[in-house]
Design a binder for this molecule. Structure first.
Ligand SMILES: [Zn+2]
Ligand SMILES: [Zn+2]
Length: 138
């Protein structure tokens, strides 16, 4: 009996973990830009989900290991995450609230900047400024 009980507890925990993983990934997929673990966590809490910060960290880590998420570094403070299947895009970083927003579309004419003999294999563009919420609050 005790063994059965133990097994079913384990299954419940696994199920719970899988559900939480899904909740975390779905919230990240619906976000308007890459989020840090803490940002994602506070959004989940804000929408009434009861999930711990450690769970969010674990879910993000697992997402990266499984190849569904990508970590975005060098964008404001800390590491942010976004779904790996997003098409080519760039980010807008608000210097007031430190949120990053997805931008769709790209910059034309970057090849004209490349010196002779150089080969460009990619580019990173981050727009900096103030988001609408912070701009309106000022
Ligand atoms: Zn802002
Ligand atoms: Zn681009």
């Amino acid at each position: 009996m005790r063994i059965d009980y133990h097994f079913s507890m384990q299954r419940t925990n696994q199920q719970q973990r899988a559900n939480q993983q899904q909740t975390v990934l779905r919230a990240l997929g619906e976000a308007d830009g890459p989020l840090s673990a803490r940002e994602l966590w506070s959004r989940l809490i804000g929408s009434g989900k009861s999930v711990g910060l450690a769970t969010v960290y674990r879910a993000l880590q697992r997402g990266v290991e499984e190849g569904t998420l990508e970590s975005v570094e060098g964008l404001g403070r800390g590491v942010r995450y976004e779904p790996k299947d997003r098409e080519h895009h760039h980010h807008f970083l608000c210097s007031t609230c430190d949120h990053a927003f997805d931008l769709f579309g790209c910059v034309e004419g970057l090849d004209s900047l490349v010196p002779d003999g150089f080969q460009m294999t990619g580019h990173e563009v981050v727009l900096l400024g103030t988001c609408d919420a912070c701009g309106n609050a000022a």
